[in-house]
Ligand binder design. Structure first.
Ligand code: FES
Length: 293
């Protein structure tokens, strides 16, 4: 305390979880300057990742959020995130603490949390190798290149055009060849990783070659109880492949799909864009024969 009876000095709280936050708020309310240190990029700790808390089943965020806001705005709390305590010297009442602040590589004052930097992060998008390895770019077939240029000309624009472009490539080639995706990344001037994120998210896209006829057996609940597993077994037997495989002559690919939205017709099989309902293993096998003929 100083001569006027006011508390002076500062304290350090290490750990910005719910306990550290509450301690910081209490200490700052008592008149101390608080340095709140957390080794993570943001305060909140484990509780920020929880849905409910034991044993009361209270919403974790409802408990944490007001404290986060208070600690974030309090004039007497200085947050040292992404920092670690390296050493403490001194004695009670007069400590000196050495804190190491890690580099963030972004200007915190300007950061809006848009996450654009994550998508362009060189560390994340390119594997770190001891010796730089130059991987030769796969050569694109001239026909595929011409097709890609036709498709991209239909969709001028940025990232919002990726899904329709990938749909058109997939419809033309039945899959998305890596060299085509590489060229698409060049044409759209965006990281290949961004295209791959979309290409691997949707089940309709394939990164491996598929047959001329793609047979999809619905294994949603309604189709499953009406005999989809037997249809899969019969089709796999007819084609001599397993689910997910393509025949050696590149004619048929057998896939499963979850609910096509026409459960009243279950069990349902699609061949390309055609939907066939109320099938039995025998009529499913007949479908394959028709395609083969
Ligand atoms: S479960 Fe197969 S169409 Fe809905």
């Amino acid at each position: 305390m100083n001569e006027n009876g006011r508390k002076v000095g500062s304290v350090m709280v290490v750990g910005g979880g719910i306990g550290g936050l509450q301690a910081s708020l209490d200490l700052s309310a008592s008149g101390y300057k608080v340095y709140l240190v957390d080794r993570n990029p943001a305060i909140g700790g484990v509780m920020a990742q929880l849905d409910k808390t034991f044993p009361t089943n209270d919403c974790a965020m409802c408990t944490l959020a007001p404290r986060l806001v208070d600690a974030g705005q309090h004039i007497n709390i200085e947050r040292l995130t992404y920092s670690e305590v390296e050493g403490v010297e001194g004695s009670a009442g007069h400590f000196k603490v050495r804190v190491k602040r890690k580099a963030r590589f972004v200007d915190e004052a300007k950061c809006t949390g848009c996450a654009e930097c994550v998508q362009h992060c060189l560390v994340r998008n390119y594997a770190y190798l001891e010796t730089p390895l130059i991987v030769p770019k796969p050569e694109i077939d001239p026909e595929q290149n011409a097709l890609l240029e036709r498709i991209t000309a239909r969709y001028p624009g940025g990232p919002e055009t990726l899904v329709p472009i990938l749909q058109d490539i997939n419809a033309e080639l039945n899959w998305l060849p890596p060299e085509v995706l590489g060229r698409l990344a060049e044409l759209k001037a965006m990281p290949l990783e961004r295209i791959l994120r979309i290409a691997t998210f949707y089940k309709a896209f394939s990164l491996v070659p598929r047959g001329k006829y793609i047979i999809r057996v619905c294994t949603g609940t309604a189709c499953h109880v009406k005999g989809a597993p037997r249809i899969i077994d019969r089709c796999a037997g007819e084609l001599g492949i397993h689910l997910g495989d393509t025949t050696g002559d590149m004619q048929f690919t057998l896939e499963e799909v979850r609910c096509l939205g026409c459960c009243g017709l279950s069990p349902v099989v699609t061949v390309g864009d055609e939907i066939h309902g109320k099938l039995t293993p025998t009529t499913a096998a007949a479908l394959i024969d028709q395609c083969a003929a």
